[in-house]
Design a protein around this ligand. Sequence first.
Ligand code: PMP
Length: 370
Amino acid sequence: MSVKKLFRKELGSLKAYKTPDVVASECKLNQNESTLDVPLELKERIARESVSLAFNRYPDASYSGLREVVARKFKLRKENVIAGNGVDEVLYYLMLAFISKGDKVVFPAPSFAMYKICAEVMGAKPVKVLLDKQSFDLTEEFVEESKNAKVVFICSPNNPTGNLVSRKKIEEIVESSKGLVVIDEAYSDFAGEDCLDLLSNERVVVLRTMSKAFSAAGLRLGFGLACEEAISAMDKVRLPWNLSGLSTRIGELLFERERVFSERVKKTIAERERLFSELKKIGGRVCCSKCSACSPAAKVVVFPSQANFLLFKTSFSPKTVYSGLLERGVQVRDVSGYELLEDCLRVSVGTRVENDKFLNALGEVLNKKF
Ligand code: PMP
């Protein structure tokens, strides 16, 4: 008998999460990472500390030290924190603890792909609701659908559009829904606004990651913040020793030096705003998603962002722009396959030098006759 017959039915239409191809490029601006690594002197300290860690022993399975540090940062208790190998793993724990077969799971589109996967793996009923096509905000329909959902996913700032979703709509959803409301704040360090105060409601879960603002995507550390009962439920399905002693210790050390990273965040925000204005100038006229003067002849339309990346589109095909940039050493993400994002690409905010390289390359690509 074929092994395929033994697969769980729910896997039927599922495709494995597609990670971007690894391509060597001088400016890697395709995954919303920090383009700066952890500072060398801090890495040296990490290397020294790793020598004194007992690799032969199991680490503290509840990683109390790291949870204390995270709890202190967010003015919570360690009982309100669960950690995983990135937010991705925390999403799995949420899925296993809260989603059963047939449950209604509501999520926005375009948005982060994992919410749909979580629903599908469990055989739940995934309900995708399109964001508003002008503002990329949550719609009235989203609020309506959330009312009888078991789990609602919200991403703010939203990936890949970059906008914060309206706080009023989130509050409305928390009020009117009876289910779990998961607010993914992977990019909130760049937004200056968050929903941590909504954790006073026991049905709210906030997700945070060290992959963006802490320059540590390779470390794989993400957190779920919620009431003690919700965290205990996720703890029941958490793998014992899901995190290594090394990564939890590194996480603690990075938090200890948080100032270094918050300075970087400030620079990223300033660069994002510069990149936004420069992109608008490339077409020779000012245009954006909300600008009524925006004409189809404009070469670049860039959307306002509160994250560490920008969404933009041009009057050329996204494939042409993507490969033209790559030929010039700049890798961005082609997101034109997402709902509502026909013709769009996404670029991470890099250092000033990287951003200039991107702008020059894009200028060249758009001035070339195809
Ligand atoms: N949420 C969003 C919105 C993301 O964009 C990402 C990663 N790109 C994640 C969660 C996952 O982050 P992590 O690296 O912590 O798994």
